[in-house]
Write a protein of this length. Structure first.
Length: 289
């Protein structure tokens, strides 16, 4: 039986388009050109749109901004231009938060929420949570509201300021993906971050801990007894970060995941009837699941 020429042409055309896209991405220095080419081709509705998307990626825009979404803990999170792209390593932060949250009805707050990826992923792993997220960047807030729709509420404002006062003393899990890059090092970040993500989502001040100090200082008034503040930091910042947490009246501990190169600091508000706790310790974990 003969095969119609058009049936042979379609696969050949698709292969040629894929090869050309990979070549263009490799020339632009994209390390994972093959994977990115497949995602760009899947996202493009027309050949012209594909060409434009490849040009945008080759110019240094994050792939997630080009295709409009990022994968985070198995979810497709919408990411608008200029919004902080959720990092794979931050999945470990959500994993640790899920391990500490009450089995049902957890009250969760996601500060510096960006796209809302952390709050959305944590809420989907819990039973009947009450989720509130907040960010100072209106662009990020609009993006987060789409990603968190049906899961919780997103508030616009500076840290705790926009949160409902009824949450005070009730928060079981306080996620705070605070910026922690020292100001003088922001310009050393890859172009995808320093040019195409909001500086407010990256710049942590002189030593990278300015925003954390404000979060930790106020956390005790919002956490429920036994509730925890969790945030990501760099390995070299751990001693200073744990000192900030302790100064805020919380008991600090550290967890690391070597596979994701992730370091998470946990600050827990002691229960009134809790026995004395040992000094801050650390724990290492395998890959996030």
């Amino acid at each position: 039986m003969s095969v119609h020429p058009s049936h042979r042409a379609a696969p050949d055309h698709a292969r040629a388009r894929y090869a050309a896209t990979v070549t263009a991405l490799r020339a632009a220095g994209c390390v994972f050109a093959e994977e990115e080419a497949a995602l760009l081709i899947a996202a493009a509705r027309t050949p012209q749109e594909l060409r434009e998307m490849v040009e945008r990626r080759a110019s240094g825009r994050p792939l997630e901004h080009v295709i409009g979404w990022a994968e985070f803990r198995g979810l497709r999170i919408g990411v608008d231009e200029g919004v902080f792209v959720p990092r794979r390593r931050t999945e470990f932060l959500v994993e640790r938060a899920a391990a500490l949250a009450p089995a049902t009805g957890a009250v969760v707050v996601d500060l510096c929420c960006g796209s809302g990826a952390l709050g959305a992923a944590l809420a989907r792993s819990l039973d009947g949570p009450e989720l509130h997220a907040a960010d100072i960047d209106p662009v990020a807030v609009r993006c987060a509201r789409r990603n968190v729709e049906g899961l919780g509420l997103v508030h616009e404002g500076d840290l705790y300021e926009p949160l409902p006062q009824a949450l005070r003393g009730r928060v079981d899990v306080l996620l705070a993906n605070v910026p922690y890059v020292p100001s003088e090092e922001v310009d050393l970040l890859p172009v995808e971050a320093r040019v195409h993500e909001a500086r407010v989502a990256l710049d942590g001040g002189r030593d990278g801990l300015d925003v954390l100090r404000r979060v930790a200082a106020g956390a005790g008034g919002w956490l429920a007894p036994g509730g925890s503040l969790l945030f990501e930091t760099s390995e070299r910042q751990v001693p200073a970060a744990t000192a900030v947490v302790t100064a805020g009246g919380l008991v600090a501990s550290v967890a690391t995941c070597e596979d994701l190169w992730a370091t998470v600091v946990v600050g827990t508000l002691p229960r009134e009837d809790a026995p004395p706790t040992p000094e801050a310790g650390s724990a290492a974990y395998g890959p996030a699941t």
